[in-house]
Design a binder for this molecule. Structure first.
Ligand code: ATP
Length: 513
């Protein structure tokens, strides 16, 4: 199935089963804003818990905070967001559609990559076992041509970004003959910078209202609380502060479902270290974060690092963790070595000293920072797309199953009486009443057992228990596994242990240490 079709199916599945709804849908929606439904909120909470616990439970030297969305406007001046939190935008004069110039060029780069991959795959098929990929890449003329075009484009693009050369960005778009996907023309406007922050007013006008921003990232809430936490928590460097919260960006082009939203959620951790040790910590956090992703079991091929072409002027290393979405490898998380930029800026703008006295070195310094920053919604999308599976079953039947990692599944256990009589519903309720303190359980007595299994498959419930007449005699039930569809007869007394071992977040956390 074409990847575009997979994505469409995913979006409609997410809606049909209560994961994600367009916001304000009865008023025809609001651009790039989404609501999470009854299943979505559970999955989202589980993702957040997995991240939070991996930070604050597994690391003695990481603590959490929850800072306000509104902050003093000077913070955004100090952080550089007021002057430089911009995206380069370009309009197509025929379709009147707006694009990010950098994204258009990055898509063009991906097209060259695709062409090369296709040549390699074709040749691999043709030559079979005798295929030598390295040799093919080094000698095939079409591959070499495409690689050369890609490299030239990449160099030009990188230079244009680094020099903030908007004219050159436009020229690249023209030279590469990039067309608007809607109008199909190359009738482009100039490239302009566009600030992504939402502004509003605080206080009544009579008092003199103050312009405030909806935060475009959660990180600044951590920086401005650095001193509070360090002092009250008696934290010693190296230590980290973690936070989960909403962020807002007036994205120019907000497409691709929950991949790029105007209101979204971030999970960020700032790790404060001694100057000079930051690159070592950067490598450690890079490795730990990839491990966190891989522990979910979607396969190592779904991930790759992508080092930044353009380093922010204050950063001395930055990489993204990209995930293979239905629309290609895309950034899910950024890991940045931000030097002492943020704390120094706040020191300068607030006039307060934000130094750390290091008792071991017997000196004061402004700590350096490694940041790990991941979008909850992008993570949600990656989990959903990696889990969505259509399976052909024997007998011509098929099923849609969300093969969610069990600890992330919204519902852990569905309990179903075989029939709606003979005391079976009551027995099923007893099971739920005993287990509901630990697992999110569903009771379902409607339709045939087969249909009920399909409904649970569609929301990714790892286990279904069926209560039948034998249950009343020997206190056993059938336990069905979502992925294998195998059923085994187990004692009700053993359910908590069998299920608990697989569905607790602990089973993921243990893989990280
Ligand atoms: P992009 O290049 O895709 O705009 P970014 O590099 O600006 O992303 P960061 O500022 O590094 O993103 O933010 C950290 C993380 O926050 C990203 O890796 C992503 O998961 C998430 N994120 C950023 N912007 C959005 C958005 N508009 N919608 C959903 N998630 C977002």
């Amino acid at each position: 199935m074409a990847q575009e079709d997979v994505f469409k199916k995913l979006v409609s599945h997410a809606k049909e089963y209560g994961f994600v709804f367009p916001s304000s849908e009865i008023y025809d929606g609001l651009g790039a804003v989404y609501d999470y439904g009854q299943m979505g909120v559970e999955l989202k909470n589980n993702i957040k818990k997995y991240w939070w616990d991996s930070m604050v439970l597994l690391h003695e030297n990481i603590v959490g905070i929850d800072s306000a969305i509104f902050m003093h406007p000077m913070i955004w001046k100090a952080s550089g967001h007021v002057d430089a939190f911009n995206d380069p935008l370009i309009d197509n004069k025929d379709s009147k559609k707006r694009y990010r110039a950098d994204v258009l060029i990055e898509e063009q780069l991906a097209k060259y990559d695709d062409k090369i991959t296709k040549e390699v795959e074709k040749a691999a098929k043709r030559f079979g076992a005798a295929f030598d990929e390295a040799q093919f890449r080094a000698t095939n003329q079409r591959v070499l041509d495409n690689q050369a075009k890609r490299d030239t484009l990449h160099d030009r693009y990188k230079n244009a970004l680094n020099e903030n050369d908007l004219e050159e960005l436009r020229q690249i778009i023209l030279d590469e003959e990039i067309v608007c996907p809607i109008s199909g023309t190359r009738n482009w406007t100039e490239v302009r910078q566009f600030n992504l922050m939402f502004a509003t007013e605080m206080g009544s006008t009579a008092d003199g209202a103050m312009k405030v921003y909806l935060r475009p990232e959660t990180a600044q809430g951590i920086f401005v609380n650095y001193l509070n936490v360090q002092k009250t928590g008696r934290m010693k460097i190296p230590f980290g502060i973690a936070q989960i919260g909403k962020a807002f960006r007036n994205e120019i082009v907000a497409r691709q479902f929950i991949f790029r939203m105007r209101e979204f959620e971030q999970m960020e951790m700032q790790f404060f270290v001694r100057p000079g040790s930051e690159l070592e910590w950067f490598e450690k956090w890079k490795a730990f974060r990839l491990k966190w992703h891989k522990a979910l079991g979607f396969g190592d091929d779904c991930y790759r690092y992508h080092d930044h072409d353009k380093l922010a002027h204050y950063a001395n290393a930055a990489t993204d963790i990209e995930f293979l979405m239905p629309f290609g490898f895309k950034e899910v998380e950024g890991i940045h070595s931000r030097t002492d930029f943020d704390l120094s800026q706040h020191e300068k703008y607030s006039g307060k000293s934000i130094k750390y006295f290091d008792p071991e070195l017997n000196e004061s310094y402004t700590p350096y920072v490694i940041e790990t920053s991941i979008g909850v919604d992008r993570m949600f999308l990656s989990v959903l797309s990696a889990s969505y599976t259509e399976e052909q079953l024997t007998g011509g039947e098929s099923r849609v199953v969300l093969k969610l990692p069990a600890p992330l599944a919204p519902v852990k256990l569905a309990v179903m009486p075989l029939v709606k009589k003979d005391g079976l519903p009551e027995k099923a309720r007893d099971i739920i009443n005993a287990l509901k303190f630990r697992f999110h359980c569903h009771y379902d007595e409607k339709d045939s057992i087969g249909k009920r299994y399909r409904r649970q498959d569609a929301i990714g419930t790892p286990y279904c228990v069926t209560v039948d007449h034998q249950t009343l005699e020997d206190n056993t039930v059938t336990l069905r596994n979502r992925d294998t569809m195998l059923q085994e007869r187990v004692s009700i007394n053993d359910l908590e242990t069998i299920i608990g071992d697989r569905v607790d977040i602990t089973s993921l956390l243990k893989q990280l240490i």
